[in-house]
Design a protein around this ligand. Structure first.
Ligand SMILES: [Zn+2]
Ligand SMILES: [Zn+2]
Length: 276
């Protein structure tokens, strides 16, 4: 069972990969199932139909996925390619505590198969630009990041898995922050996720960023297993052709070595288990 559960296309503001090309490429590589997870980042990006002015950066709109066109394109693609590959409807919610009401409204508007809950910004400050980390110590920004994630999983339940759980690591100029220092926060996050019947994703983009560890780290994955967690999705976080479906086999192997037996796909927000 070959599935990619974190895929961006032209409907995300940071990708120009046409959805139909993604599907054709996925079929060529023998993929059985693909789940599109376009970006939504309330607080820093506008909806196309918000009535507010869309800002642009280097020729790209700073906007959330255009939901009506996205959903109708998926429908069209299912009709055209449905006999060759299973296509699922997802979104990647880049959530913050103050944007929860907007996500509740969006989730209620459409039928989704799968929602990734990601933390890309805190207090509308982005990690990749260092705006969030600036003026904080390494301890402060790491703790604030996991604190935001913990508050989110306690307050918001309409999601499937937590995306790239230790993403803050990628943008940490001070180096790797020791797991032990945030272990108790991460443990509380994972316990909440498990108690709610949710899961976590393994994001294979760590391979292309040259990180030796998995994302989340093996330490986090072992803790998740120890706490009884067994819902895991695997996604490439692809934005370009060379990233689609990448390192999924390697990730499955690593998960087996850690002690997991299965991974999940999703159907109408319910996990479906497959042997690793
Ligand atoms: Zn993300
Ligand atoms: Zn993503």
């Amino acid at each position: 069972m070959f599935a990619d559960y974190h895929v961006h296309t032209e409907f995300s503001d940071d990708s120009v990969y046409p959805m139909e090309s993604v599907i054709q490429d996925a079929i060529h590589m023998g993929m059985d199932e693909i789940c599109f997870t376009e970006h939504v980042d309330y607080g820093i990006k506008e909806d196309w139909d918000s009535g507010k002015e869309i800002r642009w950066r280097n020729g790209d709109p700073i906007a959330n996925a255009d939901y009506p066109s996205y959903l109708s394109k998926i429908q069209e693609m299912k009709e055209k390619y449905g006999s060759k590959i299973r296509i699922k409807t997802g979104l990647e919610f880049g959530m913050q505590i103050h944007t929860i009401p907007q996500y509740e409204a969006l989730f209620a508007r459409y039928p989704f198969d799968f929602i990734i809950l990601s933390v890309h910004q805190v207090d509308n400050l982005e990690f990749w630009t260092q705006d969030f980390q600036q003026g904080r110590s390494q301890q402060e920004y790491n703790e604030r990041y996991y604190q935001e994630m913990l508050s989110l999983v306690k307050a918001y339940k309409n999601y499937s898995v937590l995306g790239h759980l230790d993403l803050i690591k990628r943008y940490d100029n001070a180096g790797i922050y020791p797991f032990q220092k945030t272990r108790s926060l991460i443990k509380e996050i994972l316990s909440t996720v498990i108690a709610d019947g949710k899961g976590i994703e393994v994001n294979t983009s760590s391979f292309r960023y040259g990180i030796k560890d998995l994302m989340p780290s093996e330490e986090i994955l072992r803790l998740y297993l120890e706490l009884g967690g067994n819902i895991i999705t695997i996604g490439s976080d692809s934005h370009k052709p060379e990233q689609l479906g990448a390192y999924i086999d390697e990730t499955k192997q690593r998960l087996k070595e850690i002690g997991f037996q299965s991974f999940c796909t999703y159907e109408k927000m319910k996990p479906v288990f497959h042997e690793l």
